[in-house]
Design a protein around this ligand. Structure first.
Ligand SMILES: Nc1ncnc2c1ncn2[C@@H]1O[C@H](COP(=O)(O)OP(=O)(O)O)[C@@H](O)[C@H]1O
Ligand SMILES: [Mg+2]
Length: 296
């Protein structure tokens, strides 16, 4: 056992190796997911607002927000991705890389092929909004034109994160394993509960924690999850592993549900990438399904 695992044992007590093992949730197929997202959209009569929040930088907030906006685009919806991080405009960078990538490909294509390119790599609207004073009124304005608004927040527990949580309908919180991270999550949850209180009883803020860069077979992962199961935000069953291809895709402006199409030049490479892409799609389906169930 590593020092860190030892310390977590001290923190939360010993667990049997399978204690945090849960039954996998039943997930809808793609058509059913699309139907239920449509029903949610009809119920709201405006964009459903999703924020990607956490205490620390580097947990995967931006990757989560961009990948989910891209996934929703592939499901046929019209999302708007709003980047509120004034120091690290990762989603704007993601979008700029995407434009560059598509420009490069289309420079040698005919009209038919360009249309096909749009099908394979559709555009998602991304907007930078570093000035939070304008966020609430802007969100209200854009909510008329879009199906979903995804807000990528800052790595801080300043008024900014609280403001974003007050505005949103659903919160996604990427977390990592480990003792330090459990402390961060604990602190974050204090602020989350504060935001929930301010929203009042008739406006609860459902959300989901999911483990990013997870290695679910390790004791550290199991122990972290056992603790996270006590949180007031539900822990997703599925996770995202730490994989170079996810990092590469995010840097290149590619969605995580597009990696086979983008990087699978050979059959061997495509076969190799199907697992990571499926891993992402499964998590995204669990998140969206959880959101629908909690907002309807
Ligand atoms: N599951 C993952 N596997 C590999 N790299 C990841 C993963 N999640 C995030 N990253 C990378 O880690 C860095 C930080 O992620 P990011 O989403 O920008 O975090 P945040 O927005 O919380 O600061 C980025 O380079 C991103 O590509
Ligand atoms: Mg970020």
């Amino acid at each position: 056992m590593t020092q860190e695992t030892n310390e977590i044992v001290e923190l939360i007590g010993e667990i049997k190796n399978d204690e945090a093992d849960r039954m996998p949730p039943e997930l809808p197929d793609k058509a059913t997911l699309i139907d239920s997202l449509r029903s949610l959209k009809e119920l709201y009569k405006r964009a459903v607002i999703i924020c990607s929040v956490s205490l620390k930088g580097g947990t995967g907030k931006s990757l989560t927000a961009a990948a989910l906006a891209n996934f929703l685009t592939h499901l046929g919806f019209k999302p708007l991705l709003i980047d509120c991080d004034d120091e690290n405009m990762s989603c704007l960078n993601w979008s700029a890389s995407r434009t560059k990538y598509k420009d490069l490909l289309s420079s040698e294509m005919g009209a038919d092929q360009i249309a096909e390119l749009e099908n394979l790599f559709p555009d998602t609207a991304v907007m930078g909004m570093p000035l939070l004073d304008a966020l609430a009124s802007n969100v209200k304005k854009y909510a008329v034109d879009y199906d979903f608004i995804l807000i990528d927040s800052r790595p801080s527990l300043s008024a900014a994160t609280s403001k974003i949580m007050l505005l949103s309908d659903y919160a996604i919180v990427p977390v990592q394993t480990g003792k330090e991270e459990l402390r961060n999550v604990h602190k974050f949850l204090g602020h989350y509960e504060n935001a929930v209180m301010l929203r009042g009883e008739d406006r609860p803020l459902p959300g989901a924690l999911f483990v990013n860069r997870d290695n679910p077979r390790t004791k550290l992962s199991k122990m972290t999850k056992k603790k996270l199961l006590e949180a007031p935000i539900e822990l997703m069953y599925y996770h995202l592993s730490g994989k170079e291809i996810f990092k590469e895709a995010f840097g290149d402006g590619i969605g995580l549900c597009e990696i086979v199409e983008c990087y699978g030049e050979t059959k061997t490479k495509a076969d190799e990438l199907r697992g990571p892409q499926k891993e992402y799609e499964t998590l995204a389906t669990e998140l969206l399904n959880h959101m629908v169930i909690n907002l309807m």
